[in-house]
Design a protein around this ligand. Structure first.
Ligand SMILES: O=P(O)(O)OC[C@H]1O[C@H](OP(=O)(O)OP(=O)(O)O)[C@H](O)[C@@H]1O
Ligand SMILES: O=c1cc[nH]c(=O)[nH]1
Ligand SMILES: [Mg+2]
Length: 216
């Protein structure tokens, strides 16, 4: 069987609504942040399906004993927000994954070359086997930043099949690169846009997600 990148665009009214708010150039920073939080929440909810580890048990209701399923706290879950813009999605993701460890990764694209460079790396030397890792970054444009992140994670022992990417706008060039480098990888996004312009911006996209999140 040939593995292929799997890109999910959940057809959910709340995801569509908050994407529209985020895309609108007239949306002020305070509301843009709310949109990022909500998109982080709903896309993480979708991504957690068949990813969050569970364990079977029994519980006693006031009336009888019955089978039950709980989140398995023995399997480590990590969230890696790619700074800065990935922080906007983190808040919503964290409400659903309160026990997850958060490992910050600061990447900045050079405006001319579009190559990412790392200015903060809080990843552990090694991740325990079986660690589930959720990466948050709203924009997959050329794909350079995500490829760099995946390289840092896999070097530290993370199994790509246990990774979920949560983004907002995924562009074709990024998805093509991810498919070549990590077939079988799973991405959750609010939308797929076709074009990345010569300045590295996704069109129509939503502009500079980091600047819009932090009002800079
Ligand atoms: O797919 P790529 O071409 O690598 O582009 C995507 C990256 O660009 C943006 O970050 P940016 O470098 O603007 O940093 P910021 O989040 O601090 O604004 C965005 O948040 C992604 O991390
Ligand atoms: O359109 C884009 C591309 C990369 N990063 C952004 O914030 N926006
Ligand atoms: Mg930016």
């Amino acid at each position: 069987m040939t593995l292929q990148l799997r890109v999910y665009v959940p057809p959910h009214p709340l995801i569509k609504h908050w994407l529209a708010v985020a895309r609108d150039a007239a949306t002020p920073s305070v509301l843009f942040r709310t949109a990022m939080t909500e998109l982080g929440r709903w896309l993480t909810y979708e991504a957690a399906r068949e990813w969050l580890p569970t364990q079977e048990t029994t519980v006693d209701t006031p009336l009888a004993s019955c089978p039950a399923t709980l989140i398995d706290p023995s399997v480590p879950v990590a969230v890696v927000p790619i700074l800065r813009a990935g922080l906007g999605l983190l808040e919503g993701a964290q409400t659903l994954l309160p026990l997850a460890s958060i490992y910050h990764l600061g990447l900045e694209r050079n405006e001319e070359t579009l190559q990412p460079s790392c200015y903060l790396n809080k990843l552990p030397e090694k991740f325990p086997p079986q660690t589930r890792v959720l990466i948050t970054d709203p924009m997959l444009a050329t794909g350079g930043s995500m490829l760099k992140t995946l390289e840092e994670l896999t070097q530290r022992g993370v199994d790509p099949s246990l990774i979920r990417i949560v983004c907002v706008v995924a562009a074709h060039p990024a998805l093509q690169k991810l498919n070549t480098a990590y077939p079988g990888l799973i991405v959750y996004t609010a939308t797929i846009d076709g074009e990345v312009n010569s300045q590295g911006f996704i069109v129509p996209g939503l502009g500079d997600a980091g600047d819009r999140t932090f009002g800079t």
